[in-house]
Design a protein around this ligand. Structure first.
Ligand code: 13P
Ligand code: SF4
Length: 350
């Protein structure tokens, strides 16, 4: 269990982490990327952590791979690469540094370790889990195979290494439809996200898609009535939903895509008003680069993603913990499923 007080005492003994308006002023270039969403007062609190992390990153020859759901001070302040699950996995195969600090959830750190076994992969909080990854085990995959003999198993990257190892190929929300469509078999098992599977089943009607009953606690909360209400209360707003939302929610939206797909859509379209039907940090992270777009709430917070903070990133680099370890045999099998996804994505031009 994480002892916050011990961590704070030890960090205070090594770094000057008091709010620092002068340092904040010096780091105005970094602040410029987030000043629409982070107050000057908060930036004065964040700046000492950002400064310490940037120095330590160099000392340790580390890179920070951050998911699009990280908070703006992480996303804009300390990250080397930001992206959706697919972009982060691709990046993990290219990293030259000795250390990867994964700012995201545990399955993402495991994916980096699987793809870059020779690197030290750190996660700032091991309790950054995922309701989808927790919903299925390798035993669940075996049950699905027994129920649908001969059907290939396509597992979302939001799964543990053991589940990936028991699957035929992985997918993310940005390549799921193309991967499913490219498989030879007519019946395809998709795990563990029932809603992603149902959304893909609509996009790829030629396949008989069967699914595991997992769901994302962030996206399953939206209802189609929410979207109809948002539209009525904010006429002219573009509604953009992540495909982990239930299909009747996606149907009410103007566009659906992975977190990178959502960023691309809003950047290309620049709607006057946009509502992102996904995790809260998404709108915050792109607000400054799109001043012409009015991002209207509400949003849902992922409690797992929000376990990653500047303080814990500094602690992680300071102590070189928590190191992500994947059993070698499991990693070897999981790598086959992840690499198949990456190779097929490349072939399909995704
Ligand atoms: P993408 O970033 O791949 O769209 O996935 C979202 C997600 O599930 C992260 O938790
Ligand atoms: Fe998992 Fe949903 Fe959180 Fe993503 S947003 S980490 S899918 S619980």
């Amino acid at each position: 269990m994480f002892d916050l007080q011990t961590m704070r005492d030890q960090l205070a003994a090594h770094y000057d982490l008091a709010p620092n308006p002068e340092l904040a002023e010096k780091m105005s270039a970094e602040y410029a990327r987030m000043n629409r969403v982070v107050t000057p007062f908060d930036w004065a609190r964040h700046a000492p952590y950002v400064d310490a992390i940037l120095r330590l990153k160099k000392e340790r020859n580390a890179v920070i791979l951050a998911h699009n759901y990280m908070t703006p001070e992480i996303y804009h302040g300390v990250s080397d690469v930001v992206g959706d699950s697919l972009q982060l996995a691709m990046e993990a195969t290219r990293v030259k540094a000795d250390v990867i600090v994964q700012c995201g959830v545990h399955f993402m750190a495991e994916t980096s370790k699987i793809l870059s076994p020779e690197k030290t992969v750190l996660i700032p909080d091991v309790e950054a889990g995922c309701s989808l990854a927790e919903s299925i085990t390798a035993e669940g995959i075996a049950q699905m195979r027994a129920k649908y003999p001969g059907a290939p198993v396509v597992s979302y990257v939001n799964t543990t290494a053991e589940v990936k190892a028991a699957s035929d190929i992985c997918c993310t929300s940005s390549n799921a439809a193309q991967i499913v469509a490219a498989l030879e078999e007519d019946t395809i098992i998709m795990t563990p996200d029932q809603y992603l599977a149902q959304n893909i089943a609509r996009e790829v009607p030629q396949k008989n898609i069967v699914w595991w009953e997992g769901s994302c606690i962030v996206h399953e909360q939206y209802t189609p009535q929410d979207l109809r209400d948002f539209r009525e209360w904010n006429p002219g707003t573009r509604l953009i939903a992540h495909p982990e939302c239930p299909p009747d929610v996606v149907e009410e939206a103007d566009f659906s895509g992975s977190t990178a797909g959502i960023i691309k859509y809003v950047t290309d379209e620049k709607p006057e008003k946009a509502m992102l039907i996904t995790e809260c940090s998404m709108a915050s992270n792109i607000a400054d680069s799109l001043p012409e777009v009015d991002f209207i709430g509400p949003c849902n917070m992922c409690p797992y993603m929000k376990k990653i903070t500047l303080e814990k990133i500094l602690w992680s680099l300071h102590t070189m913990s928590e190191e992500v370890v994947v059993d070698l045999e499991v990693a070897e099998k999981a790598r086959v499923a992840v690499q198949r996804m990456l190779d097929l994505s490349k072939k399909l031009g995704i």
